[in-house]
Design a protein around this ligand. Sequence first.
Ligand code: BDR
Ligand code: CA
Length: 315
Amino acid sequence: MARQPIIIDCDPGQDDALAILLALGSPDEIDVLAVTAVAGNVPLALTEINARKLVALAGRSDIPVYAGADRPLVQDLVTAEFVHGKTGLDGADLPNPSTPLAEGHAALAIIDMVRREPKGTVTLCPIGPLTNIALAMRLAPDIIPKIKAIVLMGGAISIGNITPAAEFNIYVDPHAADIVFRSGVPLVMHGLDVTHKALVTQERLEAIKAIGTEVGDAVYGLLTFYNIFDQAKGEGQGAPLHDPCAIAYVMFPDLFDGRDCHVTIDVSGGASMGRTLVDWRGRSEQPMNARVIDQIDADGFFSLLTDRLAALPHA
Ligand code: BDR
Ligand code: CA
């Protein structure tokens, strides 16, 4: 298969970090056009620096990093330092970025890149709140039919993680998610149902430590910190490694399984605000707008991840 051009829209976040490193460690399959940052796990001032630290760690400071929205479309920003730590990347002391931010707003950069590349080739991989993607769609609706697919992390068929009903990325900017899910672009949704089957167990963590490179050591530190929140909640086996699922899917969709469904976003403002209402049984008879993933070959996924981390430059 030809290399797939993707844009990673993210809010790093330790699991975002793993998604970026997986993509950059897979140059035969993936061509990362840019990394775009959005406010989410931590404020934008940190997510954009974190994104630049990560491309530097991967030895790929040639990849442009753009800063985008510093807040959701309508609501106030909600952050998740209680999971990711004060910096968003607690657990490893990453070197400072070696390049400045690319010029221009992330949403405008997304528009330019989609217009510039051949029609139907660019896949967007949003792994944070969908603010930048929704802004790009609103500013330039002409890009909508040009996007090949949106392979995202967000939502849940069943139980939420920030409220009983909602998953964090969708909850932070449900109005943006509503725009994206109604856009007509083919969507692949990796929600909590699948990511909670991709757990950072101690055995998987040790395999990453055994890589023995600067990247391996940094990831070991990041994921050891990332596990603390779930351990404290007594969710024993390890934290769900959400965001890299979307990147792995772009390369190896056979690692996953799911169902085509109609998905709507709850923007009603009540207790279920930000919930992804997944019509798993097709009761609404509405047209399907997303492939909703609920199964993963977790061992295959972690062995892919470990191999690709090991492929990144040695210090
Ligand atoms: C999502 O929320 C963030 O905390 C993670 O980075 C992931 O994208 C999981 O709900
Ligand atoms: Ca994220």
